[in-house]
Design a protein around this ligand. Structure first.
Ligand code: GTP
Ligand code: MG
Length: 352
């Protein structure tokens, strides 16, 4: 059964960079991954692209042929893709039934909030057997300002209600958040969306005329109790792994590594038992529903890494990387020495 992520979000929120980072991470982990570019305006793709909408239709052609602007042209492209869904389906079938597919979408938010084509495409993919999750990226700088935070909450809620998929909202570029000044609350206030009434002061100072309307929108968001956020710094491995676990839980995906790879930490060594009685090291359901563990499993860790003690962590990580680099160079040098010794042995063997 193929699995996948519909990667959506506002322009510049980091969708393509996330797809590229995830491709690198999964390749290193030996996990299957294919990235599908569904943005017909994306002409500088940085990841190996398994399927590219540009081979079906390009934004420039649509604009030239139909006299449309970039936004109208893009909506036309999505409607064209919907009408030619068999083209996409055929290419996806070639990726195999065990494929894990990221769909990199354009940044026009109407695609995931009120336009029908993406929703219809998603429905067709689900009917064809895909287990999908929506990964909705929102630039973390929106949380630095109360009215912007309300708008991002509403956008996230609207996207959830429109796409009707298992849904993960993500505050992207969390590594940059300290640059925008001090937050009014700890990060968990913004990610857990528990009691938004604390925003009342900030909202009535910044937009006094609309304080009542803002409070009404806040209570709407709280009534649904659906919106929450994960965080992402795409170059941070722990952050990527944490988000991956959250998405795997949403889709029910369990990665079973190849038999020759190392067992997960904490696994009981059962290699001396017969294969028939050996328990499965990667217990499917317990790994999918078990607690999320890891160096960034708590939002307080993220706050410490990127806000409270950012400089100390940067310095610590730099030291770790230097040490790793030295180890790799040391190993390469040792391997080089062994290779250098080989020729005389070969000569000796030949002369014997
Ligand atoms: N610091 C930082 N920069 C990021 C991160 N993710 C993305 N960026 C930067 O954000 C900018 C926009 O990223 P893209 O991946 O092109 O964003 P997008 O959502 O695909 O943009 P559109 O396709 O135009 O909607 C680029 O300069 C990225 O390098 C992140 O986690 N941290
Ligand atoms: Mg993009």
């Amino acid at each position: 059964m193929p699995f996948g992520e519909v990667v959506c979000g506002s322009p510049g929120s980091g969708k393509s960079t996330y797809c590229c980072g995830k491709h690198q991470l999964f390749t290193a982990l030996n996990r299957p991954i294919s990235v599908v570019n569904l943005d017909p305006a994306n002409d500088s793709i940085t990841y190996p692209c398994a399927i590219d909408i540009s081979s079906l239709i390009t934004l420039q052609d649509v604009m030239d042929e139909h006299g449309l602007g970039p936004n109208g042209g893009l909506l036309y492209c999505m409607e064209y893709l919907e009408a030619n869904f068999d083209w996409l389906e055929e290419q996806l079938r070639e990726l195999g039934k065990d494929a894990y597919v990221l769909f990199d979408l354009p940044g026009q938010v109407e695609l995931s909030t009120n336009h029908d084509s993406l929703k219809n495409i998603v429905e067709k993919l689900t009917k064809s057997g895909f287990r999908l999750a929506a990964v909705h990226l929102c630039d973390a700088h929106y949380v630095t300002d109360a009215p912007k935070y309300i708008s991002v909450l509403l956008l996230s809620l609207r996207t959830m209600l429109h796409l009707e998929l298992p849904h993960i909202n993500v505050l992207s570029k969390i590594d940059l958040i300290a640059q925008y000044g001090d937050l009014d609350f700890n990060l968990d206030f913004y990610t857990e969306v528990q009691d938004l009434s604390y925003l009342e002061n900030a909202l009535s100072t910044s937009t006094p005329r609309f304080a009542a309307l803002n409070m009404a929108m806040i209570s709407l968001i709280e009534d649904y109790s659906l919106v929450g956020f994960e965080t992402l710094a795409v170059e941070d491995k722990n952050s990527m792994l944490h988000l991956t676990r959250a998405i795997d839980r949403a889709t029910g995906y369990v990665f079973v590594p190849p038999p020759d790879s190392n067992a997960p930490p904490g696994t009981v060594d059962t290699s001396d038992t017969s294969p028939a009685t050996r328990p499965n090291s990667y217990a499917l359901f317990s790994s999918a529903i078990g607690p999320m563990r890891g160096p960034a499993d708590d939002i307080r860790d993220v706050q410490e890494r990127w806000i409270d003690a950012r400089e100390q962590w940067d310095a610590y990580e730099k030291k770790q990387w230097r040490r790793e680099g030295e180890m790799v160079r040391g190993e390469a040098a040792r391997a080089g020495n062994i290779r250098e010794r080989k020729p005389p042995e070969d000569v000796e063997m030949a002369s014997r």
